[in-house]
Design a protein around this ligand. Structure first.
Ligand code: AMP
Ligand code: GLY
Length: 439
């Protein structure tokens, strides 16, 4: 049996852990916050900071870990893989240089520009307010996105029309970033429909999985503040009605070129999972961002469909011999996140949640623990997303029904977006894309 370590504490890590166990692994979990799902799946766990290399190495040695899978970005961008691999623990995750694809938006854009990656968009780096006004004038204030350098937990990016409403708003935000001693990018704003393409990468080969669409806004009909993602869906044909196979092929091709560019530029091979967030616009596919990990919730849409042994895939990533297209079931998935009432602005913390497991089993819905804690047999909310409910079926309609019925098996001061995965929302996206292409 293989002893695998999973690093991280959210629903993404819960589904990664579940898929490793399904592949025959003995699971061990290293997490900063106890995830009840991972606790139940693991032979042993350690609750500790996920960026403490020394403690992680100790735990790996004690438990005879064969390889580690790194779930979140925070340990990757500080070099956890370099530290573990130096001490003989192979990892599924990029080394620090390669993880800059997510850790440094400036590195990413400069790389894409230098290597002429087609889906790259116009952007410019600034470390002061000098020349900002003339850049805004050149591309038009309504076409501006401001991105502070570094990881910002999904809260740093501000888009004209969503968060910024005048030239003054843009300049004030740029000023705030400079006052925090940071650099920033001004980027061209794209208009279209977003999709997530996640891939296994072994340094050279890039193997894609079904495309997923996430829902960032807190409330139905894409209203309200941005969140970590309120739910996501994927379709039975692994596409979406508004993206063709050619669109996905181009996105994957650009991911392959980016992986090659990382090696050419840094000398380090990109290994692990790569998450590409793309937007289909009237002028083609555009790259919005790369993440050096699986998405949360998007990992829940693809890993349960994998018709292969995930432990073998992890070894192939480590050994650089991913060689074929791995098979994913031709099924649709809908994931709905239950979040504490008031999330993300004023979430109700420490509220009990009641999970009727028999009800979930009867319906056939899966559930994954996110930011909740267990005391005795009781589960409580924290300030972040609580539980991901997943429906899988032959059609999107049925997967959505399963997820929605699954949500009703959970009681507590929680809310979710009923519209994720519905035909109505899908039609809205189709209409949006059609209207852009007609212009
Ligand atoms: P990020 O933190 O880079 O994922 O950005 C958060 C969100 O901002 C994305 O999901 C997009 O919806 C939006 N966004 C980021 N960059 C752009 C862009 N260049 N054009 C339009 N929207 C963007
Ligand atoms: N769902 C967005 C992310 O994982 O970054």
């Amino acid at each position: 049996m293989v002893n695998c370590l999973i690093v991280g504490h959210g629903a993404r890590e819960h589904v990664i852990g579940e898929t490793l166990v399904k592949g025959g692994a003995n699971l061990f979990s290293f997490m900063s916050f106890k995830n009840a799902g991972l606790e139940d799946l693991s032979k042993d766990i350690k609750i500790h900071s996920e960026t403490d290399f020394q403690e992680m190495l100790e735990f790996c040695k004690q438990k005879n870990i064969d390889f580690a899978v790194i779930g979140p970005e925070a340990p990757l961008v500080v070099g956890i893989v370099d530290a573990l691999e130096k001490r003989g623990i192979p990892c599924v995750g990029p080394k620090i240089e390669a993880a800059q694809l997510e850790g440094s938006k400036i590195f990413m854009r400069e790389l894409l520009e230098k290597y002429k990656i087609q889906s790259n968009i116009m952007s410019k780096m600034f470390d002061s307010l000098e020349d900002v006004e003339s850049y805004i004038k050149d591309i038009g204030k309504e076409n501006i996105v401001v991105k502070p350098e570094g990881l910002t937990g999904g809260k740093g990016v501000k888009v004209y029309g969503d968060h910024l409403f005048s030239k003054k708003d843009i300049l004030d935000y740029c000023n705030e970033i400079v006052n925090n001693n940071n650099r920033f990018l001004l980027e061209e704003k794209c208009n279209g429909e977003e999709f997530t393409l996640q891939a296994f990468v072994d340094g050279k080969n890039v193997i894609g999985s079904p495309v997923v669409q996430d829902h960032k806004r807190a409330y139905e009909d894409d209203k309200g503040p941005n969140t970590g993602g309120m739910g996501s869906y994927s379709m039975e044909d692994h596409l979406m009605p508004f993206f063709t196979q050619a669109d996905v092929d181009q996105a994957l091709d650009d991911m392959k070129k980016t992986v090659a560019a990382v090696k050419a530029e840094t000398g380090v091979e990109y290994k692990g999972f790569l998450y590409g967030q793309f937007m289909k616009t009237a002028s083609g596919i555009k790259l919005i961002e790369f993440n050096s990990r699986f998405g949360d919730p998007e990992a829940m849409n693809v890993l349960p469909l994998l018709n292969e042994n995930f432990v073998d895939i992890c070894w192939a990533i480590i050994n650089g011999n991913l060689s074929k297209n791995y098979e994913f079931e031709k099924k649709a998935t809908v994931c709905k996140y239950l979040a504490p009432e008031g999330y993300p602005v004023n979430p109700k913390k420490d509220e009990p949640i009641f999970i009727d497991e028999k009800c979930l089993e009867k319906i056939g819905a899966k559930h994954y623990y996110a930011s909740v804690y267990r005391e005795g047999n009781n589960i409580f909310t924290t300030s972040s997303r609580a539980i991901g409910i997943l429906g899988i079926s032959d059609t999107l309609e049925n997967a959505e029904k399963i997820a929605e019925a699954g949500v009703r098996c959970i009681k507590g001061k929680l809310f979710h977006r009923k519209d994720v995965g519905t035909r109505k929302l899908l039609q809205k996206r189709i209409n949006h894309m059609n209207s852009l292409q007609k212009k």
